[in-house]
Design a protein around this ligand. Structure first.
Ligand code: DOR
Ligand code: ZN
Length: 426
């Protein structure tokens, strides 16, 4: 394997509180002391930022089941282009990833075809139907890093409590899509002023908040980790804030779209503004940003949800929920949160690295010597317009096409191999 010396880098390593100019050595896929290298290829980073590889704990790869929208290979390339070196694959494929066999297939395919690390997540319930528990022990043995019924939410509280107990005994974090279905039924956008004006059926914020309250209760009673996916309302943020202050092991994630867009966007009737949970009000968005800034929300995850153009090119009511996000996450968050002065660059990097690593129970996710050489290089000065036609993803369902942003991923390194450089997958 090639040895590299990445010199003249602004190294930002949140786990070790580092933000300084320096060099990183790479040998045998690991980070090593630069002095230990013999004849490395030298890469001058030119003062750009070098940070641990991003981890996205919320990605839909659509294989098996809808490989026209995305595959493990294409989704992994989109991840590399977005600076992500590890992604957690949601189990709502078709068939669902609810058995050891399905996880085995995902792992083998990823090993052959993926350019980043694909970490499997298994279902909590069989088929994600919320009726019977999946074989969580055999999923763990097959290599899942977490369990989730994302896309759906277990409504049977007794079953959910049982799942939390099992997940704890197998040391698996729970990633929960928090949605009480009767308060969401028939809804296509946020319930509020804009749903009334547009005459569309709303999804109440309370649908999410009820399940977050339930999960906080179970996390406390069972003393086990529950991570709330795509948190979208002010009340949800406040509940998580109070629970964490009380020492309850819950975490929350925000998506780039919930941090930057609101339900007003739906007035365009563009189905790239349709996702679940829906875009909320401006005051919810502000509360979410405050949650990110004050450490209540420790993770930014994309909920990369590819859908084909044909699937999305229908009336708003009929379109599927979901948008892609891997290739725009850093640029959008850097522009809207860092350039605008809400959080520091180091804080943003933490939400994309140490925050998600902690949810997965990964220890010492940093650029320390001996760790896998998974890292990302960022040009924080580059200004450009997002062009969906340049995406590596097979899908184009983004609301950010044409948006002016500042900040780009210029290189992604996985296990010491350069997998993405200046716009190209290598
Ligand atoms: O918008 C969404 N799309 N939300 C989800 O929870 C699932 C996802 C999908 O699978 O398309
Ligand atoms: Zn979800």
């Amino acid at each position: 394997m090639k040895e590299y010396l990445f010199k003249n880098a602004r190294i930002i390593d949140p786990a070790r509180n580092i933000d300084e100019l320096g060099s990183i050595g790479v040998s045998e896929g690991k980070i090593v002391a630069p002095e230990s290298l013999e004849t490395p290829e030298i890469i001058d980073v030119g003062g750009k930022v070098l940070c641990p590889g991003f981890i996205d704990i919320h990605v839909h790869l659509r294989q098996p089941g809808n490989t026209t929208a995305e595959t493990i290979a294409s989704g992994s390339k989109a991840a590399a282009a977005g600076g992500f070196t590890s992604i957690v694959a949601m189990p709502n494929t078709n068939p669902a990833a609810d058995t050891a066999g399905a996880i085995e297939l995902l792992r083998r395919t990823a090993e052959k075809e993926a350019v980043v690390k694909v970490l499997p997540c298994g279902n909590m319930s069989k088929g994600g139907k919320g009726e019977e528990m999946a074989g969580i022990g055999s999923l763990k043995a097959a290599g899942v890093v977490a369990v989730s019924d994302d896309g759906k939410c277990i409504q049977d509280h007794a079953l959910m409590r049982h799942v939390v107990e099992y997940a704890k005994s197998f040391d698996l974090p729970i990633l929960d899509h928090c949605e009480e279905v009767t308060l969401a039924a028939g809804g296509v956008m946020n319930e509020g002023k804009w749903s009334v004006l547009l005459g569309m059926n709303g999804i109440a914020g309370a649908s999410e908040e009820l399940i977050i309250a339930r999960n906080i209760l179970f996390a406390r009673q069972i003393n086990w980790k529950i991570h709330m996916q795509h948190v979208s309302t002010a009340e949800s943020v406040e509940m998580i804030r109070r629970a964490r202050a009380a020492g309850i092991p819950v975490t929350g994630e925000a998506t780039p779209h919930h941090l930057t867009l609101t339900d007003e966007c739906v007035k365009t009737f563009d189905t790239n503004y349709k996702m679940n949970p829906p875009l909320r009000s401006e005051s919810d968005r502000q509360a979410l940003i405050r949650g990110v800034a004050d450490g209540t929300i420790t993770v930014i995850a994309t909920d990369h949800a590819p859908h084909t153009a044909t699937a999305k090119l229908v009336e708003f009511d009929h379109a599927p929920f979901g948008i892609i996000g891997l290739e725009t996450a850093f640029a959008v968050c850097h522009t809207e949160l860092v350039v605008s002065g809400v959080i520091t660059l180091s804080q943003l990097i933490a939400k994309l690295t140490t925050g998600p690593a902690e949810v997965l129970g990964m220890k010492n996710y940093s650029l320390a010597c001996g760790n896998p050489a998974d890292f990302t290089i960022l040009d924080t000065d580059l200004e450009y317009v997002i062009n969906k036609n340049n995406f590596k993803s097979k899908s184009r369902n983004t609301p950010f096409d044409g948006r002016k942003v500042k900040g780009a991923v210029t290189m992604t390194v996985v296990d010491g191999r350069i997998v993405f450089r200046n716009g190209e997958i290598i």
